[in-house]
Design a protein around this ligand. Structure first.
Ligand SMILES: [Zn+2]
Length: 321
């Protein structure tokens, strides 16, 4: 029997930095945190300040129990992570000065232990594939649907990262339903512009006005109306779900995953899988594009939620040793 192992995990997002010490039990069962902490990212203070905060959070985690021998640090980072170096190759305006931070090399140097950095969405996919709803499956296509849409494809335990580290931007593929609608990335006609939580709120507001006059309409408002049988909300949710399903069908035609896993804010809080309208619309969209041998591919709901990137980052570290 193997020994109990410990990995330090960090998940860096635009809002918070989560850190943990994950214990991998000797019996091979699912890893769990024996230490966890969370601090605000405050990204407006710039990349250097954020970097110091991350290093501090890791040192604190490592010091939480000096008797635990930690093998290394797995980092899930917002932005595009260069697979060759672990540096941040690109980050959007949500994290100013984050692009160019040599995250992996600097942490390795500062901590004197193995450090592996992977994109946060890719880490999420790794988490679900190894220990979530995708465990024991050969390949998993994981999509996170929240404010935006991101994804990851994991085959035989390894996540597809791409040459630049940018693989998995599933929100930014062309969608017929999004024709002419501007996307957050600066292009137009992308899936994210019709199927994200933000887009569901925006589409409703453009057509029918605000649900609550005092604030912008969000996906959750539309979902609530949809459940009450509101025809306007049903049509918007149908459109968003169908577009997502059609893109899933196209992606399945390329990747042929054993299972598709959906996760993120829209799934767990907003127009979620329990909404029959959305579920049926996703299935209809999928069936409209997927090839015959792929029609039965299960579409499942992620089960790790916020823990997925931490677990995935730890798995990435273990795979890199
Ligand atoms: Zn886009």
């Amino acid at each position: 029997m193997a020994d109990t192992r410990y990995v330090c995990s960090v998940d860096i997002g635009g809002t918070k930095i989560a850190s943990a010490i994950m214990e991998y039990p000797a019996d091979g069962s699912r890893p769990y945190p024996v230490y966890s902490a969370e601090i605000p990212t405050n990204p407006s203070e710039g990349g250097e300040v954020v970097y110091s905060r991350i290093e501090g959070a890791i040192r604190e985690a490592l010091a939480s129990d000096p008797d635990r021998k930690v093998i290394g640090v797995g980092v899930a980072a917002a932005g595009v992570v260069d697979p060759k170096t672990g540096s941040i190759a690109y980050a959007n305006e949500i994290m100013p000065g984050w692009s160019g931070i040599e995250l992996g090399p600097r942490l390795r140097e500062a901590l004197g232990m193995p450090v592996a950095v992977v994109g946060d969405v890719q880490a999420h996919g790794l988490g679900e594939a190894h220990w979530g709803v995708g465990r024991d499956r050969y390949s998993v296509l994981c999509l996170g649907i929240g404010t935006g849409i991101g994804g990851a494809y994991v085959e035989d335990g390894r996540v597809m990262r791409g040459f630049h580290g940018a693989a998995g931007h599933m929100g930014h593929i062309e969608s017929t339903s999004a024709q002419g609608i501007p996307c957050a990335c600066g292009r137009s006609g992308h899936l994210e512009s019709v199927s994200s939580g933000t887009s569901i709120g925006r589409m409703f507001e453009e057509r029918y006005g605000r649900v609550d006059e005092s604030r912008p309409t969000v996906g959750r408002d539309v979902n609530d109306l949809c459940r009450q049988g509101d025809e306007r909300a049903i049509s918007v949710i149908h459109e968003a779900g169908f577009a997502l399903g059609a893109s899933l069908g196209s992606l399945a035609n390329i990747l042929d995953p054993e299972v598709i896993v959906l996760s993120g804010g829209v799934i767990h809080q907003g127009p979620d899988w329990r909404s029959e309208t959305w579920k049926t619309s996703v299935a209809e969209g999928y069936a409209s594009q997927a090839l015959d041998p792929l029609l039965e591919t299960p579409i499942l709901i992620g089960e790790l939620e916020g823990d997925a990137p931490l677990i995935g980052a730890a798995e990435h570290l273990l795979a890199s040793l």
